[in-house]
Ligand binder design. Structure first.
Ligand code: F0G
Length: 352
């Protein structure tokens, strides 16, 4: 079977220039995993699924948009791409640029990028530049660079990123046969929520698949869309969404409102708690990825959402392996024993 990524599969639904070429790592087609145990814990009486985007080739949902953005840039003979990133965009941009021998320059906020993401960007051969500032500072710089030099910007301000990312909404509809009743997802720079909403609306127009209500979830220390103003020093354990000035903030608010949903914030504790709950269902995601379902848990607990008899999808945007350090920090380290059968038996059988 030849490789078939999201561009080849959903090309007819993507508004891209004719020069766009296929640069693929067979991204997309990620599993929609039922998590009945978690649904029960949250009160039961509804169907809950995780769209596990950590199963994309570089371990995050970014690959869906990157295949199209890089395909467009490569198709018009651009030689260099640039992005600002909390880590996942960087790794994805680096991988797809490597695929077609383009130069990738990725800028990251200093000291706040999870180990698996930085390692990925380096491994795929990107030129990684740490900026002494936040993600928002880095984004503002790369936007200026892309305006002044023949260097393609591949952040989600690039419309082709969203064209590719819409494919996740299409896949969910194709798998379930229609849109879910609710879609819960983390919100950082707000490209993903905007793309999902575009995708669901488009599929509904073409195929009558219906529309979900959308619950976007920010981290409490980085919640500009909930507070209604930018956050100058965003903080959260979920470093992927540590963003104070979301580039597509307006669009995200519109998506939530038009869908009859909302954008809320959850604490770091709620995020880490949901990360553990998901892992207890066999789905290990990075902290930011747990935010969407942490938001669902909070809404259900506060009686603000009625999901009885409904189908709910939580989008888990990145793999747990992206951020191994968080587990080391928030979970007990492994027990150490001498290499003796008796000691192992005692430990397993709970003997003193
Ligand atoms: N989840 C993960 C794992 C992410 O990496 C991001 C964004 C988001 C959620 C939020 O998506 O920005 O479209 O609202 N990461 C970007 C990056 C900012 O640079 O990798 P968004």
């Amino acid at each position: 079977m030849p490789a078939r990524g999201v561009f080849a599969h959903y090309r007819e639904f993507m508004d891209v220039p004719a020069h766009t070429v296929e640069v693929t790592l067979s991204e997309g087609d990620t599993p929609l995993i039922p998590v009945p145990k978690l649904a029960e814990e949250l009160g039961g009486g509804f169907e809950l699924f995780v769209k596990f985007e950590g199963m994309n080739p570089t371990g995050s949902f970014k690959d869906r948009g990157m295949t199209v953005a890089i395909g467009e840039a490569h198709g018009r003979q651009a030689k260099t791409v640039i992005c600002a990133s909390t880590g996942n965009t960087a790794a994805s941009a680096a991988a797809y640029a490597a695929r077609c021998d383009m130069r990738a320059i990725v800028t990251i906020p200093e000291g706040k990028v999870a180990a698996g993401k930085l390692a990925g960007a380096v491994a795929y051969g990107a030129e990684v530049i740490q900026i002494d500032g936040s993600f928002d500072d880095a984004l503002s710089l790369v936007v200026q660079i892309s305006q002044q030099h023949p260097i393609a910007l591949v952040n989600s301000l690039n419309p082709y990123r969203l064209e590719g990312q819409k494919s996740a909404a299409f896949e969910i509809c194709d798998t379930l046969g229609s849109a879910p009743d609710w879609l819960c997802l983390p919100v950082g720079n707000a490209g993903n929520i905007s793309a999902y909403w575009m995708g669901f609306r488009q599929y509904n127009q073409h195929k009558g698949t219906g529309l979900p209500q959308v619950l976007g979830v920010q981290a409490a220390g980085s919640a500009p869309l909930v507070l209604g103003h930018p956050v100058d020093k965003p903080e959260t354990v979920a470093t992927a969404i540590r963003i104070g000035r979301p580039a597509r903030g307006e669009q995200a608010l519109e998506a939530a409102e038009e869908s009859g949903g909302r954008i809320i914030a959850v604490t770091d504790d709620e995020i880490l708690h949901m990360q553990r709950r998901l892992a207890a269902s066999g789905v290990w995601v990075e902290p930011a990825s747990a935010a969407g379902l942490a938001g669902l848990a909070r809404q259900l607990c506060e009686g603000k959402m009625d999901v009885r008899g409904k189908r709910v999808v939580g989008v888990c945007t990145g793999h747990g392996m992206k951020d191994p350090d968080i587990i080391a920090k928030s979970m007990p380290s492994p027990q150490k024993l001498p290499s003796e059968l008796r000691a192992l038996e005692d430990a397993i059988l709970g003997r003193a």
